[in-house]
Design a binder for this molecule. Structure first.
Ligand SMILES: NC(=O)NC(NC(N)=O)C(=O)[O-]
Length: 337
């Protein structure tokens, strides 16, 4: 689980992202750029304006060469964060993909309007780059530690893009974090750094906002045929003391784990030394399709939590509510600002 592609998609609808402006949406709405599901296509499906596409598609520029050489869409990230890579996916756009695109980002406080965003100053994230049609065009980004709240996708000169993915690390504003918050939540910077198996459903989904609407929105392993058990390792957004754990098996009925266990690690440096793990929740019986809540008392400060499921199965959400020290809050503020 290394590589920027494994980091959460900060722009995704499931992460709370939104499309706030598009210069043109003649053929297909820009809102579909951030759909969670992979792009789909039905050939020979025509609406009133032309072939239907799952993505954003602008009209052909007429007349050409008038100086206004591109279309643009502005996307609000679900949480402020550091961008490590973008994917401009032109799936199914073949004779109508944009030959080039660029991405910029900005950081505006509060809840800016489209007008304020259009007037904002933007920092380049991806210089104008050539795209290939019907392809996941992947671009790593090295923008240092700069935290952004919005991105602007420009396509040259026009055409269709199925999805825009903006992978990175969420960096929450500590002024907006209450005393006790979900230290594992993706929007608070929590990430899954390793896991035993994610055959049916990806483990980082357990940390997404809100409740899972179906089995397809959680972590699901394949059936184990050995004596081992499945597990996922979560790096907390901020090291802290966990007071309440929620392990949600909603929608997993014939495929929930039989039991689970939570252990924490007080210090990231000793990840390899199992002796340092502290028990947060001993091996405990699980019920299918249930939001389990467990009070955790006297937990030390931990940086990581390992969820073990016995022997395998699905978990929709993992929430680890806790508090952080004043020093951590100051450190987060430095990072955020
Ligand atoms: N066959 C097409 O896809 N044509 C056009 N697009 C749509 N959506 O119909 C176009 O030229 O951009």
């Amino acid at each position: 689980m290394t590589g920027w592609q494994q980091l959460p998609d900060l722009a995704a609808r499931a992460f709370g992202g939104g499309v706030v402006h598009a210069s043109d949406e003649f053929f297909a709405f820009a809102a579909d750029l951030i759909n969670d599901h992979p792009p789909t296509f039905t050939p020979q499906s025509f609406g009133a304006r032309g072939q239907l596409y799952d993505g954003w598609e602008t009209r052909r520029r007429r007349p050409r060469g008038t100086g206004d050489d591109h279309d643009l869409a502005i996307v609000r990230l679900g949480a402020p964060g550091v961008i490590h890579g973008v994917v401009i996916d032109t799936a199914f756009f073949t004779g109508n993909y944009p030959p080039a695109a660029s991405v910029e980002a900005t950081r505006l406080p509060g809840h800016p309007s489209p007008e304020e965003l259009l007037a904002a100053e933007w920092t380049p994230v991806l210089a104008r780059s050539a795209l290939t049609g019907d392809t996941r065009n992947e671009f790593p980004v090295d923008g240092g530690e700069r935290v952004h709240t919005h991105v602007r996708l420009r396509i040259y000169p026009d055409g269709g893009v199925a999805r825009l993915r903006v992978h990175g690390e969420a960096v929450p504003d500590p002024a907006l974090l209450p005393e006790v918050f979900d230290l594992a939540a993706a929007e608070n910077g929590g990430t899954v750094t390793a896991c035993s198996n994610m055959f049916y459903g990806s483990a980082p989904r357990m940390l997404l906002p809100g409740l899972a609407r179906s089995m397809g929105e959680g972590w699901e392993t394949s059936r184990r045929r050995d004596d081992g058990n499945d597990w996922a390792l979560v790096r907390l957004g901020v090291p802290g003391r966990i007071q309440l754990a929620e392990i949600d098996t909603s929608h997993f009925k014939g495929n929930a784990p039989g039991e689970f266990r939570l252990r924490g690690i007080p210090d990231a440096c000793s990840l390899d030394s199992p002796g340092d793990w502290v028990e947060l929740l001993p091996r405990t019986r699980a019920q299918p399709d249930t939001r389990h809540r467990f009070a955790i008392s006297d937990a030390p400060k931990v940086t990581h939590v390992r969820l073990d499921v016995y022997p395998d199965g699905g978990v929709a959400r993992l929430r680890l509510w806790g508090s952080i020290a004043e020093k951590q809050r100051r450190r987060l503020a430095e990072r955020h600002f």
